[in-house]
Design a protein around this ligand. Sequence first.
Ligand code: AHR
Length: 609
Amino acid sequence: GTLSINAATAAHALPSDFFGLMTEDINHSGEGGLYGELLQNRSLMASSSSPASWSAVTSTGGSASIALDTANPLNSALTRSLKVSLTSASAGNRAGVANSGFWGIPVKPSTTYTASLYAKAAPGFTGPLKLSLESTGGTAYATATIPAPTTAWKKYTVTLTTAAAAPSSSTNRFVLSSESASGATLWLSNVSLFPPTYNNRPNGLRVDLMDRMKALKPSFIRLPGGNYLEGNTVAERFDWKRTLGPTESRPGHQDPWGYWSTDGLGLLEYLEWCEDLGARPVLGVYAGYSLQHDVVPLDQLAPYVQDALDEIQYITGDVTTKWGARRAADGHPAPFSLQYVEVGNEDWFDTTGSYDGANGRYAQFHDAIRAAYPALKLIATTAVSARTPDVLDLHNYRSPGWFNANANAYDTYSRSGPKVFEGEWASQVGRPTPTLAGAIGDASWLTNLQRNSDVVAMEAYAPLLANANSVQWNTNLIAFDASTSYSSPSAYVQQMMAAAHGDQILAASYSGTSTVNQVVSRSSSTGKYYVTVVNPGGNPQSITVRLTGAGAAVPTTGTAVTLTSAHPSDTNTITDPQHVAPVTTAVTGLGATFTRTFPADSVTQLTIG
Ligand code: AHR
């Protein structure tokens, strides 16, 4: 085949904020994932019937029982506490409670963990409480003590440090126990354990997952959903005001993906996540529609519109504004940069049709946000006729074959309407993460999106993260367990594409008998060319690449980054995390015209120059 490239003029620019991420709390991606908290149900709010995730700890001579207590709440946000009855506890015979975290608690050598909790006790509690991070078999790796609780709620914070000889493991639990308070009663609330976090932020994020996302060089993060924005009902939406402040003041809420969110990963933590990755938020505001077809009547929408305005002010307002001041009080005086606001999520599911219309949900949000924040770009989640959004968010979950065969789909897309945000898409094959075949389908789609980035303004694969122990959605970009994580072949495709491209898209066409997908760009500052070739077929392809009109001599050396493997079904896993990974080699013999063989089932990026 032949790849003909017109290097005389740029077809159009590749926007600098083209590559991004989309997140929501699905697959325990936040709670029990990126959010650093290691204890499950720390707030005791996850279940109304039992102290879920907590168990009584007893030893030979010690015994205890636990119960969920609504009569002794910490405050009006955390209305349940953990009641611990220490039936029998004496020296060498401990009694207490344990929490095994989210499918284990990671222990690493020479690491300092921060535990914090609220406790109170019935009168006469004697002796200290011991906190320990220990194996399920009872080997303690780190311990700390707190004094005997009094009858008033009090917060205790201690650190636990593991020795250099501690193992790296996740078959551990957190235990709080007494060896002296026989017959005593104790109440606990907001019991928390944090490992070191990314940039050492308090209430922060998991380091390995941040490193993996940083490698994807995202320019934005679409947050906080997705279905997670909407919730199953209006009451279960992402109610951002209830996600602010000290974690013990956040009541938490039911996640539509089937588990409890403490909202420890709240709005400010989402924004700091963006900040730490050098990305900007693309803010999804709740727009009056929840998943179980729970729709806010149009004449009752005003408070929700005001909530969105307040949210934008919380993100962008200076400290003289009401919500900017609240952000400063929450610990972040500097405003965040915000360019895009998305009104709702997948509102085509609203069969009542309330999204569009002159006084429809979209129009009400659009008008209010436009008036208050004229510089913001507004994204609609489905076509609307009553107003003209700046951008339309289109979602494409498809098979690899579909993406490979439709890699020219946007070539003929109308240029007269709003721009497109591919705000959720994925080539779906593999669980919990895609195979090489999925990554190749993704690469084909990314050639389409980049080649047409005059109309496709930005893209984000979804879902982003999955705890391998709790998968609600088959195909996800990055997976992890309590201790480790890995990047899928598709994550490597995102990484490759975001790393190697110029700012000018060049017109290029491929002719040949087999399907080959391509995108070519050039850097206006360095003059380097970036040629991406996707060969989804089972045979190697010999391709002659011809650049015409380059003006200056085209360099003959460069690099090739190739992603391939023996079989399209090959994949990465927790135990084999680098099975399919990109390989970088130095290349010679390039220039204005060269012929190169591209392997079967591969994605190749040539950087010329
Ligand atoms: O990404 C998973 C889900 O797919 C999102 O929550 C929703 O927006 C879409 O239906």
